[in-house]
Ligand binder design. Structure first.
Ligand code: 3PG
Length: 406
């Protein structure tokens, strides 16, 4: 743990009203509304358990405005209750009279989950610390809490008011997730060496393109192996895919991918075969031979061999986003193959994101990689050497509140 931050062991939090900012933003099934994984909830639960003598107010965002995962945190509060095995209450409010009075009447050992912070306009903006302190959201909540525990490592790259606003107003320290992530990453950095290989998959194309920019600019990606939807965007950009990828904003992404390839063609490795859905099963094909409308759901076996070779020869490998739709067994070949290559690599291996963490468990190799983080974008920014607003806030808090300040 970097010395400049306070942890929960440095503040006297027993009997105090503690705002716990976590990141329990979780994939939600678009039709059933069911939470599709629990990794972030399980992490948050560790910190909630360690705050057993406090009055804990859990705050998190969920999804983004306009998307199908932009939902209430009520199901999260029920899942949290199951995991911590103690009563967890939910209030469908954030800083209105109902939320504040429920916070004020919490008993010692009580846990109250506020609703999705992004239901307030302010949480959807990025602010400087002084401006964040002046938001209604932070100024009102801070008057009803004695301390703040920042544990949303996977939101560390966002200057949202609840990430940067509390440190100057109430004693603030790092939670267990932030502590664990930073300790592991510090250790990894002390031994990390090249060549640096990055494997990018999944469907969040804009996040992956940002990741490439950040990692390349900081010499942390000698080779970038592309798969998932972002792999299709690069195939399209290099003229190796007929038809459309079918993602919103495709044209813009394809142009960006084209520019990246033109700048440094040797850095990028693209799938040579893909798994498509055909007659209710799987068929492997050359992407250049696909008919329009083909549903690509995985990389093929030749790509798995090629990518595994790079992964095994790397000094440090970072993987974010699954190569295929591994939820269906017939499209798990790419995800399983590359995770097994990670597990047998002699290099330092870092896996990012809840999806891959779930896949590691599915294939029984969870304990064979060096670090598994539930963070996505924040981890990329950290690996690329960027300053993270949450870490800055914790450092400011340590200067202001010192030991035993709560
Ligand atoms: C994440 O899942 O990366 C974090 O919860 C941040 O979410 P965001 O990218 O919507 O800000």
């Amino acid at each position: 743990m970097p010395a400049k931050m306070l942890t929960m062991d440095d503040l006297d939090l027993g009997g105090k009203r503690v705002l716990l900012r976590v990141d329990i933003n979780t994939p939600v099934h678009p039709e059933t509304g069911r939470l599709m994984e629990r990794e972030r909830l399980e992490e948050a639960a560790e910190t909630v358990k360690d705050l057993g003598a406090s009055k804990v107010i859990v705050a998190s965002h969920q999804g983004r405005v306009g998307r199908s995962d932009y939902v209430s945190l009520e199901p999260h509060s029920r899942a949290l209750e199951e995991i911590v095995q103690r009563r967890v209450d939910f209030v469908p409010d954030i800083f209105g009279p109902e939320a504040l009075s429920r916070m004020d009447s919490l008993p010692d050992g009580g846990v109250l989950v506020l609703d999705n912070l992004r239901f307030t306009a302010e949480e959807n903006q990025e602010y400087s610390a002084p401006d964040a302190e002046r938001t209604w959201l932070v100024s009102r909540l801070s008057k009803h809490v004695d301390a703040c525990v920042l544990d949303a490592f996977s939101t560390a790259h966002r200057s949202s008011p609840t990430i940067v606003g509390f440190a100057g107003l109430v004693p603030t320290c790092a939670g267990r997730t932030v502590e664990r992530e930073l300790r592991m990453l510090d250790r990894i950095f002390s031994v990390a060496k090249g060549p640096y290989v990055t494997v990018l998959g999944g469907a969040k194309v804009s996040d992956r393109l940002e990741a490439i920019d950040a990692l390349v600019a900081n010499n942390r990606a000698d080779k970038v192996l592309l798969c998932g939807v972002v792999g299709l965007v690069f195939l399209k950009a290099s003229g190796k895919l007929r038809g459309d990828v079918g993602v919103e904003g495709e044209q813009k992404y394809v142009l960006k991918a084209r520019q990246l390839i033109d700048e440094d063609p040797d850095r990028f490795v693209l799938p040579v075969d893909v798994g498509i859905k055909r007659d209710g099963g799987r068929k492997d094909a050359d992407p250049a031979q696909l008919g329009t409308g083909a549903q690509v759901l995985d990389i093929g076996p030749k790509s798995v061999d090629r990518y595994s070779h790079y992964i095994k020869g790397a000094g440090t490998v970072f993987m974010s986003g699954p190569p295929g739709a591994f939820e269906w067994d017939e499209f798990g070949l790419g995800t399983e193959g590359l995770l097994r290559a990670m597990a047998s690599s002699l290099g330092t291996t870092i896996i990012s994101g809840g999806h891959l963490s779930t896949a590691l468990r599915k294939y029984g190799v969870h304990d064979q990689v060096d670090h598994v983080s539930t963070a996505g974008g924040a981890l990329v920014q950290y690996l690329a050497g960027k300053r993270l607003p949450l870490i800055d806030a914790l450092e400011r808090a340590a200067e202001k509140w010192g030991k035993g300040g709560a």
